[in-house]
Structure formats: C-alpha cells, structure tokens
Design a protein around this ligand. Structure first.
Ligand code: NAD
Length: 442
C-alpha cells in the first residue's frame, strides 16, 4: 500500500520505518525542515534500538522517503497516519492544534481516490469526529477517519510495532475496517489480537492504559515510602506481590516517579476530560500528586544528608533520559532533580549514554550544569553521585572507580540499581528508594 505518515517523531518515524520494512511504500512528512533534511541524509534524529538499520534498509530500497510538503506527501496515499504531538495546555487538556491544522490542510489536498486517515496521536474522546468534520469542510473526495491509538514503548518501539501486544482500531465503517485489517495482518495473530471498536472507545482505551500504569507506579511508590519507614524489604515484597498473576511483576519497581512525553500529560488530559463530563476522577489526582512528590524524594534525602548545605557543592548525576534505552528527556524526573539542585546553588555534572545531546540543548544557557561523555568523568571531585535512570551500564559500573573519583563515597540511587549490603561493604553511604540508608561496614 501507499502510506503517508504526517509527523515524523518517536511514533511517526517508527511507524513509517516498520511499514516500509514490511513492504509498503512510505512517505514521511514533517514540518521540521532540518529533521527532514537529516533523515534524507540517513541520519536518525532519535535513539531507538533497531531503528537506524531499518531506516537505512528502506531508504536503499526506495520504499521510504521524506518531505516537508504535505500536498506532495499525500498525493497518492491510500492511508495517511497522523502521528502529531498533542502536548498539554495550561489547563491539562490535550493541545489539538497540530492535529486539526493538518486535518484542515488535508481537506484541500486529499488524493483523487478514497483514502483513510488514521489517527495515531493520543487524543481526547471525540477527536476522530472533529478531524472528520475539519477535513470534510474542504474535501472533494471520499475519505474515512479511523482512531488507532499507539501503545509502543520508547526503547522498545520497533519490537512493539512489529509484535504488538494488541492493536486497537476504532471505526464505524466496514470499508475502513477491512483496510486496517489488511494493513495490520502481518503484525497480529491470536496472541496479538486486533480489537475492532468504535472511535470513542479506541480513544479512551489509550488514556485508560496509560493512566492505569501511572496509578500502578504511584501505588508502588507509596508502598515504598511505608517500607522504608517500617524497615521492610521492598525487593522481596515487590517480587512476592508480583507473583500474583492478578498483579504481575511489571511496573512494580519503586523509584523517583515516572516522566516522559506521555504518562504525565495523558493523566492530566484524562482528568480534564473527566471534569468536562462532571466526573471527579479522584484516583488520577492522587496518582499525579504522588508522582510529583516522589520526584522530590532524592533531593530531600540529599538535603538531609548535607544538613541543608548544598550551595556551592557539585553533584554527579547519571541518567537524563526519562527511562533507559531512549534519548527522550521530556518530563524526565532527572530534570526535576537538576532544576532543584541548581536552584539551591549547586553545580551538576551529568552523564547519559544516549540523551547527552538533548540534555546539553535543554540546559544550553546554564553555566552550572555540564553534560560529559564519560560516566566516570562526571564523578571527578563531585560531593555525591545521584542516579536518575536505570541504564544497565550503571548497574555494571566499577564501584572502586566510583569511590576513587568522588570527593566522598555517597550515592543517592533513585532507581535501586545496587544492593545496599554490597554498597555498604564497598565503603559507600548509600541511599535508595523504599530501603533504609546504609553506611560503610567496617
Ligand atoms: N512517544 C511515545 O512513546 C508515544 C507512544 C504512544 C503514543 N504517543 C502519542 O503519539 C503522538 C506523537 O508523539 P511523539 O512522541 O511521536 O511526538 P514527537 O514530538 O516525537 O513527534 C511529532 C512530530 O510531528 C512534527 N510536527 C508537528 N507539527 C506538525 C505539522 N503541523 N505538520 C507536520 N509535522 C508536524 C514534529 O516536527 C515532530 O517531528 C502524541 O500524541 C503522543 O502522545 C507517543
């Protein structure tokens, strides 16, 4: 099929590359000219395991191309995916301006024969109807609008697209349903089902999934708070409750809260939608409040350790990305920590295996933070190390080297990367989440 993707970010580029890799002819459209030029040169603008090879393969076969011209991009399209940003507005609602702006342009530029517009952006319930009305105001040819929320996880996006746990498609039209079935057949089977439903259910399903996950994370972080105060072992507790198949092991790791471009914004958007429907969704407010509180926990511990005197001190911070295997720092807990340290007059030397570039760009005007390319270099003469992302290389780091480089052997671990007893034995004062602090054992 001839497929066009509008919006070539984390979702759009992955979708485009995976569909091209499966034999479709794909054109990716984006209004960021620098991004498009870079991709034409074969540069992948984001870090996502497996994506670069896939993109190069498709470019070589001429099944994947890039343009900034929407009219040219959709001229022959049978299916047009919208993978546009829907960031939060001040009141928490999703900003639909990019989606509706593109819908307006599409009305003028639809291909001559029937085409399907598939919305992959996370959008409020009722958006498929809005998009349809916006396009219909100017369209001269037949089209349908389908809701197809995306569930991929950054860091596993390629495998999640190629082998999704499920695909959700919202449409009231059998013709659109048949076309979507055909497109997704190679990626689905009995274990990886397609759920066909109406657009409203599809749109709400995405919010329900993300807000449930945030609630699970916040629940576990509250249990961690109790565990720490009561002297329980959070690691055993986590595994024991996870062994119950009704609970499951995933998303039970206590930490410094969740971030990223989706979870916080989707919780706020669902809360806003609930209010619009005169329903007070209390759990969402609590889940977000707990998450905000949890993002402060590491600096609170650090502040107590240094008796509130952190002005002029230097801290090493490992991990800028909101989670491992991505370069995405949008709403990353690391940024909350860094901002608070800087506000208290401290200096930060940060390291991240993939997100260094985004970190430098984010803090480009701030003299008090440096982002270095080596994790041990970040430690030199630092008063302590903070860990904000559980990159596997941190767990494998050399404790002797860490100890030698730091001014004092103190670690504040926001992701429970190490075992407290091991760190105490290695001569560290070690703070983690949901576990009691340890000091060097003689
Ligand atoms: N990132 C994820 O893990 C993820 C997962 C599931 C769903 N989603 C949802 O998918 C949507 C896209 O998310 P993302 O993370 O890929 O966003 P992104 O910011 O990485 O990418 C969006 C792209 O759209 C482009 N763009 C913006 N306005 C445009 C316009 N008018 N015309 C053409 N291009 C335009 C931007 O330049 C950018 O390249 C959001 O609604 C998000 O909530 C994201």
């Amino acid at each position: 099929m001839k497929v066009t993707i509008v919006g070539t970010g984390y979702v759009g580029l992955v979708t485009g590359c995976c569909l091209a890799d499966s034999g479709h002819t794909v054109i990716c459209v984006d209004n960021d000219i620098q991004k498009i030029e870079a991709m034409r040169r074969g540069e992948v603008p984001i870090y996502e395991p497996g994506l670069e090879d896939m993109m190069h393969r498709a470019q070589k076969l001429n099944t994947l191309s890039f343009t900034t011209d929407l009219a040219e991009g959709v001229r022959e399209a049978q299916i047009i995916f919208l993978a546009l940003p829907t960031p939060p507005l001040e009141d928490g609602s999703a900003d639909l301006s990019a989606v509706l702006a593109v819908a307006g342009q599409l009305g003028e530029h639809l291909p001559d024969s029937y085409c399907l517009i598939v919305n992959k952006s996370t959008v409020p319930v009722g958006t498929a109807e809005k998009v349809r009305e916006t396009i219909a105001a100017k369209a001269k040819t037949e089209f349908d609008v389908v809701s197809n929320p995306e569930f991929l996880r950054e860091g596993h996006a390629v495998e999640d697209f190629m082998e999704p746990e499920r695909v959700v498609i919202g449409t009231d039209n059998p013709k659109a349903e048949a076309l979507m079935h055909e497109l997704y057949t190679p990626f689905t089977n009995d274990e990886r089902p397609i759920y066909m439903t109406d657009p409203r259910t599809a749109e709400l399903t995405k919010y329900a999934a993300n807000t449930f996950l945030v609630t699970k994370i916040s629940f576990m972080n509250e249990i961690a708070q109790l565990s720490e105060r009561m002297g329980a072992d959070i690691d055993v507790l986590r595994q024991a409750i996870g062994a119950d198949s009704r609970i499951g092991h995933k998303f039970l790791h206590p930490g410094i809260g969740c971030g990223g471009s989706c979870f916080p914004k989707d919780v706020r958007a669902l809360k806003h939608m609930s209010e619009e429907h005169d329903y007070e969704f209390k759990l969402l407010t609590a889940a977000m409040d707990i998450n905000d509180q949890q993002q402060q926990v590491l600096v609170d511990k650090l502040n107590t350790h240094f008796n509130g005197d952190i002005q002029g001190k230097t801290f090493a911070l490992w991990g800028l990305a909101f989670k491992p295997q991505t370069d995405d720092i949008r709403e990353a807990p690391a940024l909350v920590i860094i901002d608070r340290l800087l506000a208290k007059g401290a200096k930060v030397i940060a390291y991240d295996p993939e997100a260094a570039g985004n970190g430098r760009a984010h803090y480009k005007d701030n003299q008090n933070i440096t982002v270095v390319d080596d994790k041990y270099q970040a430690l030199k003469n630092a008063d302590a190390l903070l860990i904000a992302t559980e990159w596997p290389e941190f767990a494998a780091a050399n404790l002797v080297q860490i100890k030698q480089a730091l001014k004092q052997p103190v670690i504040f671990d926001g992701r429970n990367v190490y075992q407290p007893a091991k760190l105490a034995k290695a001569g560290f004062t070690y703070y983690s989440i949901g576990r009691q602090a340890v000091t060097p054992t003689p």
